[in-house]
Design a protein around this ligand. Structure first.
Ligand SMILES: [Zn+2]
Length: 142
């Protein structure tokens, strides 16, 4: 899937904490092995119990829109053909308390609403500078 906003936009710099999220093609959330809390973004320490025994687990890739914003003004010339578009904050099923932000792909902005169910979609892109293939999570209305 080509990137919704175009391939010229910056890509995340991969590190051990974000590589599962951006490269696996499944929605990977970080969980604490000590207390089973989920957290996002990933960190070296559990936000709940301060354990450092953390792991990534795949979750179903579904969620609910908690909030969203509609972008009307193209702050970059490359966005001129993309507006209006919606960016949603999604509570992720299977990872209580975790929200993931992403563009809402393939929807009219009038159809985006708080409480609507969404499914993850992955935008695959190869970083020309590093050769790394990323699979960036975005959302689509279910
Ligand atoms: Zn914990």
């Amino acid at each position: 899937m080509p990137r919704f906003l175009g391939d010229d936009f910056m890509l995340p710099v991969l590190d051990p904490l974000n590589t599962p999220f951006y490269t696996t093609g499944s929605l990977q959330m970080q969980f604490c092995r000590a207390c089973d809390a989920a957290q996002h973004p990933p960190d070296d320490v559990c936000f709940s119990c301060q354990s450092t025994d953390l792991e990534f687990r795949a979750v179903p890739g579904t969620g609910t829109i908690e909030s969203f914003v509609v972008i009307h003004h193209p702050i970059h010339p490359a966005l001129r053909d993309k507006v209006p578009f919606a960016v949603a904050l999604v509570s992720v099923d299977g990872a209580d308390g975790c929200n993931v932000m992403g563009n809402v792909l393939g929807a009219e902005v009038e159809d985006v609403a708080i409480g609507k169910k969404v499914d993850v979609r992955f935008e695959e892109v190869t970083n020309a500078q590093t050769g790394e293939t990323l699979k960036i999570p975005q959302w689509a209305l279910a």
